[in-house]
Write a protein that binds this ligand. Sequence first.
Ligand code: AMO
Length: 432
Amino acid sequence: MKKVFIKDLLGLKGRKVVIHGWIHKVRVLGKLAFIVLRDSSGLVQIVVKGRQDLLQKARRLNMEDVVEVSGLVVESESKISPVEVLADELTVLNRATEVLPLDVTGAVGAELGTRLRYRVVDLKRPENLAVFKIQAELIDAFRRYLRSRGFIEIYTPKIVAMSTEGGAELFEVQYFERKAYLAQSPQIYKQLAVIAGFERVFEVGPVFRAEKHSTTRHLNEYVSLDLEMGFISDEHDLMDLEEGLVRFMFKSVEENCRREIKLLNVTIPDFDKIPRLKFPEAKEILSEYFNLREYEHAEDLDQRGEELICQYVQEMHEIPLAFVDLFPLSSRPFYTMPYDETYGRSFDLLFRGLEVSTGGQRIHNYDLLIRRMREKGLNPENFKYYLEAFRYGAPPHGGFALGAERLTMKLVGLKNIREASLFPRDRFRVEP
Ligand code: AMO
């Protein structure tokens, strides 16, 4: 007999099967035992009836023991699953020898700190697995959408010589005789790949930010969904692409994660167009509509600003997403293509009150790039390998990056970004 997953039992009524998993719950009542077994695909009730040897085994089961069960698939009246398995064999493959530090069944809640300390036990909860199935679907859809539009997946170095997104947020590493850093973004390398002639590239990979603050929306290592493309007219081509991409990612979750959506009570946004505001308009909404004068001279959006802009767009258009374009050059990296003296062709995508993506058109003119670096107080000498590429034929280009954990967090409705990271890295956590 071949192993089957619990989710496939429904189609196997009347058949003998072998299933594997973890003991989620056990109840032994005289000559009957009810066991809830969990595998990566779901939960099922196992019934032990009349067999003294198996009842004896059932009495000795611990929560989270790893078992193999064989038996007949029959209809069930339990709330757990529409079918159950009448056990004719039960083998313990490995015992869970420790008392669990957390309740896996979800009956007793726990503080996030405790959950993260015992993350492996925490991840046993079906709700947590569901979060990561949704995340995996989002990322898979990201890949599928881009590949179908001529993008090539690339893998750029994570050990780098310089900063791209701002100087102070770098982790230093000792790289033999010299100093190097963990990459904050694949920014430079994705641009170089486009310039080299790949035209359209994307990458799914870890990035590292040595930000000291501890918030519910920052990690020190996160998964960045990056892309870059050549021959754009301006940043609107990128927003058009991101609109279609995000819509496709959400649709894929809707179609392929039905169980998870139900379990987590997720609402998938339905939209065609994402409203586009310009930064000066966003500022005006904050200072006029919300009467917050302190935003009159703002050069960036803070968390409250992002929340209120989303609230405004939700009220006006019933869409939980918004693009804010033309951020001030002062708050954007050196590579941002200027729109005029003050603003850059750089945008954020906000979703349910949080920035989930940043992107924009890049400077492709060598002299302008040097000028902007100097204006930002950077030494072009430190970027010579990047800069020289702009003399070997650089097309107009741009791109954006989505934070995988932020997107998951907002889609699923999690309160803390750490819950959307398998083993989160934050200011005080490098283990487990
Ligand atoms: P930026 O620095 O805005 O842009 O990052 C892009 C997106 O990454 C996510 N993000 C984070 N997620 C978790 N923890 C953090 N500390 C964190 N910092 C950022 C957010 C954010 O929108 N090179 C540019 C992108 C580009 O222009 O292509 C960049 O990295 O979702």
